[in-house]
Write a protein that binds this ligand. Structure first.
Ligand code: MTE
Ligand code: MO
Length: 185
C-alpha cells in the first residue's frame, strides 16, 4: 500500500475511534470563557515610572499625536514579513513623560530604559540611548496601522515595531504598558 493511502487510512481510523467519544479528554476550561490576551481600542497604553508626567494613552489620543509612517521588515517564526506601519515614536512619548533625570550625573539619560509590555505579559526592553536621535536614533513606533488598515486583530490595537531589528521579537503586540526606569547607582 502506498504510504499516503496507509497514512490516510490510519488517520481515518483515529478519527472514527475518537468520534465515538472513547478517547477524547474533556477540556477543563471552555475555550469561549478564556479571555484573549489582545488589546482593543479601549485598552489604554499606560506610561508609568519615575517621571513627571505619567499617563494613560487611549488609541484615539495616540492617533491625535504627530505620526510617522515606516516600512519595516523582520522575521517572525523564521519567515520574513514586510509591512508599512503608521504610529507614534516611542521616543516622543518618553520625552513627553519627562523622566526625573539626576542633574548631578553626567549624561544621566543614558542610564534610563523603558520596558514595553503586552496584554499577555510578554515584554521587551529599550534603552534611552538606542532611541535618542543623538545616539542610536532607532525610530521605534507605537504602531496602530498596518498597510493603511487597523492592525490585524491578533496584534491588538497598538504594537511596537522596531526598524533595524532582524527578528520581530521586540515588536511587542497588544501593547498595554511602558515602564520607564533608571538603572544603576
Ligand atoms: N505581546 C506579545 N508580543 C509579541 C510576542 C508575544 O508573544 N506577545 N511575540 C514576539 C515575537 S517572538 C515575534 S517574532 C513577533 C511576531 O510578530 P507577528 O505576530 O506580526 O508575526 O511578535 C513579537 N511580539
Ligand atoms: Mo519570534
Amino acid at each position: 500500500m502506498p504510504p499516503l493511502i496507509r497514512a490516510t487510512g490510519l488517520a481515518l481510523l483515529w478519527t472514527l475511534s475518537t468520534a465515538q467519544g472513547q478517547t477524547q479528554p474533556t477540556p477543563s476550561i471552555p475555550a469561549a470563557v478564556t479571555a484573549p490576551a489582545v488589546s482593543t481600542a479601549t485598552t489604554p497604553v499606560v506610561l508609568s515610572g519615575v517621571v513627571q508626567h505619567p499617563r494613560a494613552y487611549l488609541l484615539a489620543e495616540l492617533r491625535a499625536l504627530p505620526s510617522r509612517t515606516l516600512t519595516v521588515s523582520f522575521t517572525s517564526g523564521g519567515q520574513g514579513v514586510t509591512h508599512t506601519y503608521r504610529g507614534v515614536l516611542l521616543y516622543d512619548l518618553l520625552k513627553a513623560a519627562k523622566p526625573n533625570l539626576n542633574a548631578g550625573t553626567k549624561n544621566d539619560a543614558l542610564r534610563w530604559a523603558v520596558l514595553a509590555r503586552g496584554a499577555d505579559g510578554y515584554a521587551a526592553l529599550f534603552s534611552w540611548g538606542e532611541l535618542d536621535p543623538d545616539f542610536g536614533n532607532r525610530p521605534v513606533l507605537l504602531a496602530y496601522k498596518q498597510d493603511g488598515q487597523p492592525l490585524p486583530m491578533r496584534d491588538g490595537a497598538v504594537r511596537l515595531v522596531v526598524p533595524g531589528d532582524g527578528k520581530g521579537a521586540r515588536s511587542v503586540s497588544s501593547l498595554v504598558e511602558l515602564q520607564i526606569f533608571r538603572s544603576g547607582p
